[in-house]
Design a protein around this ligand. Structure first.
Ligand code: NAP
Length: 253
């Protein structure tokens, strides 16, 4: 029997990038996986891929910035698949903006999606986890949760907030066998990286290759991480045998 057999997982932003890789990996381990995001077509494609591999999946749209939408979508997932005991808070956005150009709307939107969104999703699943006396919360933060990045004040502040939420939940829930951990990737090969490269190239007049090289110069391993590498850490953190890793910020860079 697979390690996550019988477990129900939700991956937010599961239609592409790190979320897609995580959904596929959790399904491979036997979990039934609900994939959420704002685009039903891309979610359906991941659901179909999981089911073609013999797994169980459910795709439903949900904007994590909207608490009512989160509540409705998670209730539908619960009714369709069962009590949710694995949550991957992956949905996230960024914007490269000089602090002097940062407006209130952009600041609040980034904070809402990256920090409040995971709070809304945790509120929706923690009662299930408490009832089951078992749960795994994995928050996809960033190296920007550990130190500030220039032109990323809102992103960095939101990821620091997500790490703070992770650490509090870890202490509050551990006696119910619920762990909460954050993963802090450096640059990962997804649309977010492509957009950052295009943005730097546009603003600085550099070629895409030069822009990519400037981002990579910050990477610890001097290379881009793959979504599958992040997914492998997520799977490790969800393992029922992994009871001691709690409240950690795991860097992959
Ligand atoms: P991505 O390809 O841009 O994926 C972002 C995902 O978030 C998409 O599935 C998107 O789905 C979803 N999303 C965005 N806003 C949403 C909202 N309001 N409600 C629901 N879903 C929403 O980028 P990625 O790299 O895979 O990003 C995943 C996570 O990793 C993010 O939290 C990001 O901050 C973090 N991260 C990425 C990197 C990197 O270098 N790529 C590094 C460190 C951390 P829809 O647009 O279809 O709704």
């Amino acid at each position: 029997m697979s390690e996550l057999s019988g477990k129900i997982a939700v991956v937010t932003g599961g239609g592409r990038g790190i979320g897609r890789a995580s959904a596929l990996a959790l399904a491979q381990e036997g979990a039934a996986v609900a994939i959420t995001g704002r685009n039903q077509t891309v979610l359906d494609a991941v659901r179909d891929e999981i089911m073609a591999n013999g797994g169980t999946a459910f795709a439903i749209t949900c904007d994590v910035a909207d608490p009512a939408a989160v509540s409705t979508a998670f209730e539908t997932i619960r009714t369709t698949l069962g009590p949710i005991t694995i949550l991957v808070n992956n949905a996230g956005i960024t914007a490269s903006i000089k602090f002097t150009d940062m407006d209130v709307e952009t600041w609040e939107h980034i904070m809402r999606v990256n920090a409040s969104g995971p709070f809304f999703c945790c509120k929706a699943v923690v009662p299930d986890m408490l009832a089951q006396q078992w749960g795994r919360i994995i928050n996809i933060a960033s190296i920007a949760a550990l130190y500030g990045l220039p032109y990323s004040s809102a992103y960095s502040a939101s990821k620091h907030a997500l790490l703070g939420l992770t650490r509090s939940l870890a202490l509050e829930l551990v006696r119910a066998n619920i762990t909460a951990n954050a993963i802090c990737p450096g640059w990962v090969e997804t649309d977010m990286l492509q957009e950052a490269v295009a943005n730097i190239a546009e603003k600085t007049g550099r070629t895409a290759e030069e822009a990519r090289a400037s981002l990579l110069s910050q990477a610890h391993q001097q290379r881009v991480v793959t979504p599958d590498e992040v997914a492998a850490v997520i799977v490790r953190l969800t393992s029922p045998t992994n009871t001691n890793t709690n409240g950690e910020a795991i860097t992959i860079a």
